[in-house]
Design a binder for this molecule. Structure first.
Ligand code: EPU
Length: 516
């Protein structure tokens, strides 16, 4: 977790390219477990969750190469383990996405139960119900879901609540099951469609992705594929709000406007000028010189194509600057208002109810010390900090903000990271990798270490700083990437030691919560 210092009150101006969608890349990486052949994924965002997912795959026995910054080549031909341990699940609940593919291909899987997180209880009962219907025997022992099946069989699955990762888990499990699986009340999110496209390239038979009824006809085996991850719609929406809340002007490229129509419509309704200037380009103009306030408007989160829960916190930040009263209602997660109380510390006028927040605006915001709860709450506080006068210090900022911080920094606002000297290095139009934190490097595996270096040395150079080895690479645009320091969990010996010594585990793993 990071700490940000923001000097607000400046307009953001410039252009920003959107990364691949985190919530699409995560299931796509997990889908690589379904085949012994290599799956190449492009446009994978460099965010902590993806590093954790990669580590999980390596832990299971996969080989994961990163020949270019955003390309992952995953080969699951040598999987030797079927367990997603608590050490990983607790840092990233999307580890549960290993359950479907492991069960589908190997007939066994063992995944720690994620438990609740800062935004809600988030059970996985619907995932388990569906897999049981497909013939899996599931037991819960010591907080671990143990699942087994000789071969899953197709079934009619009806989800009583729309679940994104639940739908993804069943799609992956059903791809290798015996017979036809029909998923009713399936999630329709673009990330589901992206996963379906990858699985289809791998040889799966899937119909209806993007509709509430998805039909998967199981096949005997799946093969390799080459797939590019869709742009991140939530990152796109967050940058639209960043331009709007600062009264700036930003051109957003590499995005897919069709994936965030509900967000664009709502933001246009409140007065943000959003123009589509190309197939994957948006130009956003805030209220600029006039500083005429936005108009307050209610919003209620909903499953796709409704207004996404992952944009609720950012929209709330904007509503603090809108004239009038708005009611923001959260229907997906029961506890996703932790940012509201923090926004009030900046001067926002709000009343927090059980499933809604009443916002009265516009309120002049003044910098303060804040604590972030989850990834999107972090984004909301950064946005509010950009609009506030003076200095805002945000503690416990969640992973993906690293990207936004450096991207926004390009727009010349002042956001500093005060975590330590290492993170304070800025290398414009470059990426910096701390090689010491590379699993291959830290485990002393010279061959893998050399592979890693050769994979990133094009346009790169190596340097030393504060006793660490870094690669600075000019192939990326303006990012700082700090890889977690933990070694791969793959070694059984290490794992045995780690089980005994929880204090060691705490040092090895990033300590943020598992809200993704
Ligand atoms: N639910 C159950 N039982 C289940 C599964 C879900 O009751 O077995 C409930 C949840 O508690 C929640 C609702 O159903 O109230 C929807 O949850 P869902 O399963 O759709 O959420 P998820 O798959 O765990 C994904 C994203 C979240 C995003 C939600 C909703 C990933 C990795 N995560 O979570 O992303 O908020 O869908 O769109 O895809 C984020 O990126 O910050 C993030 C939290």
């Amino acid at each position: 977790m990071d700490k940000f210092r923001i000097i607000g009150g400046k307009k953001l101006k410039g252009g920003v390219a959107i990364s691949g969608a985190k919530n699409s890349a995560l299931p796509c990486l997990a889908a690589a477990l379904l085949t012994p052949e290599t799956v190449t994924l492009r446009n994978v965002p460099y965010v902590r969750d993806l590093i954790t997912m990669r580590r999980l795959l390596e832990d299971l026995g996969c080989t994961v190469l990163v020949p270019e910054l955003r390309t992952h080549q995953i080969n699951a031909g040598t999987v030797e383990d079927y367990e997603a341990p608590y050490e990983l699940v607790k840092t990233m609940r999307a580890s549960v996405l290993a359950l479907g593919p492991l069960l589908g291909r190997f007939g066994q899987a063992s995944v720690s139960l994620p438990g609740g997180c800062a935004i809600g209880q988030r059970p996985i009962d619907l995932h388990l119900m569906a897999l049981e219907k497909m013939g899996a025997k599931i037991e819960l022992r010591g907080g671990v879901v143990e699942a087994g099946a000789s071969r899953l069989r197709g079934a009619d699955i009806e989800f009583e609540t729309v679940t994104v990762t639940g739908t993804e888990n069943v799609m992956m499990a059903a791809a290798l099951a015996d017979g036809v699986t029909r998923i009713s009340n399936a999630a329709c999110e673009p990330e589901i469609v992206d996963l379906a496209e990858l699985l289809t390239k791998m040889g799966a038979k899937i119909e209806g992705a993007s509709t509430p009824t998805i039909t998967v006809t199981g096949v005997e085996r799946l093969g390799g594929a080459d797939h590019t991850i869709i742009p991140d719609r939530i990152e796109t929406g967050t940058f639209i709000v960043a331009a709007a809340i600062t009264g700036g002007e930003v051109e957003i490229t590499n995005c897919e406007p069709g994936h965030l129509q509900s967000v664009i419509e709502k933001l246009r309704e409140v007065g943000v000028k959003i123009e589509q200037t190309g197939r994957d380009k948006l130009r956003v103009a805030g209220n600029g010189e006039s500083r005429a306030p936005y108009k307050a408007a209610d919003v209620t989160t909903a499953v796709y194509p409704g207004f996404p829960t992952d944009m609720q916190a950012q929209y709330m930040a904007l509503m603090t600057q809108a004239e009038g009263d708005s009611v923001i209602t959260e229907t997906i997660f029961e506890n996703r208002f932790m940012h509201a109380a923090e926004l009030m510390r900046l001067g926002a006028q709000m009343r927090i109810n059980s499933r809604s927040v009443d916002v009265h605006g516009p309120s002049p915001l003044t910098g303060a010390q804040l604590i972030a709860s989850d990834l999107r709450a972090s984004a909301s506080l950064v946005l509010a900090g950009l609009a506030a006068e003076g200095e805002t210090l945000i503690d416990r900022v969640r992973s993906k903000i690293e990207d936004r911080r450096s991207k926004i920094e390009d727009r010349r606002s002042k956001i500093e990271d005060r975590v330590g000297a290492r993170k304070a290095i800025l290398y414009p139009r470059s990426s910096i990798f701390d090689l010491r934190s590379q699993p291959a490097f830290s485990s002393g595996n010279t061959t893998r270490w050399l592979t890693t270096i050769s994979a990133v040395t094009t346009n790169s150079f190596i340097f030393f700083w504060l006793g660490r080895v870094y690669i600075a690479s000019s192939i990326n645009s303006s990012r700082i990437i700090r890889r977690p320091r933990a070694p791969t969990l793959r070694s059984q010996a290490w794992r045995a030691t780690a089980r005994k010594a929880s204090s060691v585990k705490r040092n090895l793993m990033p300590s943020h919560s598992n809200c993704f």
